[in-house]
Design a protein around this ligand. Structure first.
Ligand code: NAD
Ligand code: DAO
Ligand code: ZN
Ligand code: ZN
Length: 369
């Protein structure tokens, strides 16, 4: 079939809206009509060329929601008409990783997904007879996509696509980092570095679990009103701190944070996040994705004295199991997504979404097909 997509023909160049060819689903695969997609910082990171694993030409996008149109042979858990969220972290429920119950990093299709192709090693997308790479197994900047069954979470049919698409990455990553990776408990002190599309969801996760102090740290004070609405109790702009930011945060939290989160992708900030964690028990969770080749650093004594450094992908969520729960939390009014969708754009204006993000003017831009 033909479909419309925003294609990344080259790094550092604007996306081009073109008609592409899409082959139908093969065994274990599903054809989905994407109704809406968010634009995440990670799409920008890949388009910028900073992602050493970025492949071009490709169709980016990994934060979508849509409807199943057709299923390939052997698909048993989905049928045409089902509403779904594509998962860049699939959940096969049978690989060693899934069965371990210790991680959400299902490895069933990891190799081919990383190579920009479907599990059989080929692409379903092409343009003028030349294959286009898939991206993160999702490619939600295309109006239609083919995705493995294990990379689709079935969700309730009354959830609005233009909001719940954000659960495909940002919402789940932020809230999940709090509840599944860090397991923050009621009464805890939390410091969140970076109050963008991820950090604000960390803040709302911390409020959901009853954290007593939620400190937001950002160099852009324009983030304060929304962060406060989402549960931030204290704001620190590193540019306004005289002296050492870590010492300032340790003092503000009465000895250090029980939990800190990096939502910037800056390795210097990651170090600050680790070192402002409480001696003896503080945990610091890296969410931000640093540029290729970057390394984190601290004095080992920081760990010897009990601080714990962790990372999280997709908030530790097992997508097919956990994503439908977050959709329910949104529909029940327990999770606020509406205030984070700051811009809506048609596909033709998708590049404006990247500009808004780059200029710090948006939290989430959502493209509706
Ligand atoms: P964003 O651009 O919306 O937000 C980043 C925020 O960090 C901005 O508000 C910015 O002002 C702030 N910031 C920048 N430098 C800072 C500094 N030195 N100190 C304090 N604040 C600073 O980005 P986002 O969409 O929220 O994504 C955040 C990071 O999370 C990115 O690196 C993204 O790639 C990553 N990410 C990771 C996962 C995962 O599963 N681990 C999932 C999605 C996104
Ligand atoms: O190696 O098994 C694996 C999974 C790697 C992919 C995890 C991606 C999470 C971080 C990227 C940001 C997502 C938008
Ligand atoms: Zn993302
Ligand atoms: Zn698996």
């Amino acid at each position: 079939m033909k479909t419309r997509a925003a294609v990344a023909f080259e790094a550092k160049k604007p996306l081009e809206i073109v008609e592409v060819d899409l082959e139908g689903p093969r065994a274990g695969e599903v054809l989905v009509e994407v109704k809406a997609t968010g634009i995440c910082h990670t799409d920008y990171y890949t388009l910028s060329g900073a992602d050493s694993e970025g492949l071009f030409p490709s169709i980016l996008g990994h934060e979508g929601a849509g409807v199943v149109m057709e299923v390939g042979p052997g698909v048993t858990t989905l049928k045409p008409g089902d509403h779904v969220i594509p998962l860049y972290t699939p959940e096969c429920r049978e690989c060693d990783y899934c069965l371990s119950r210790k991680t959400n990093l299902c490895q069933k299709i990891r190799l081919t997904q990383g190579r920009g192709v479907m599990p059989d090693g080929t692409s379903r997308f092409s343009h003028k007879g030349k294959p286009l790479y898939h991206y993160m197994g999702t490619s939600t900047f295309s109006n239609h996509i083919v995705v493995p069954e294990i990379a689709l979470a079935k969700i309730r049919s009354d959830a609005p696509f233009d909001k719940v698409c954000y659960i495909g990455c940002g919402v789940t990553t932020g809230i999940g980092a709090v509840i599944w990776t860090a397991k923050v408990e009621a009464g805890a002190t939390v410091v969140v570095f970076g109050l963008g599309g991820i950090g604000l969801n960390v803040i709302q996760g911390a409020r959901m679990v009853g954290a007593s102090q939620i400190v937001g740290v950002d160099i852009n004070p324009g983030k304060v009103p929304l962060a406060t609405k989402f549960g931030m109790t204290h704001f620190v702009n590193p540019k306004d701190v005289q002296g050492d930011i870590v010492a300032h945060l340790v003092e503000l939290t009465g000895g250090g944070a029980d939990y800190s989160f990096d939502c910037t992708g800056n390795v210097k900030v990651m170090r600050q996040a680790l070192e402002c964690a409480h001696k003896g028990w503080g945990q610091s969770i890296i969410i931000g994705v640093a540029a290729a080749g970057e390394e984190i650093m601290t004095r080992p004594f920081q760990l010897v004295t009990g601080r714990v450094w962790k990372g999280t992908a997709f908030g530790g969520a097992r997508g097919r199991t956990d994503v439908p729960k977050i959709v329910d939390w949104y529909m029940d009014g327990r999770v606020n997504i509406d205030d984070l969708i700051t811009h809506k754009l048609p596909l033709e204006r998708i590049n404006e979404g990247f500009e808004l993000m780059h200029e710090g003017k948006s939290i989430r831009s959502v493209v509706e097909f």
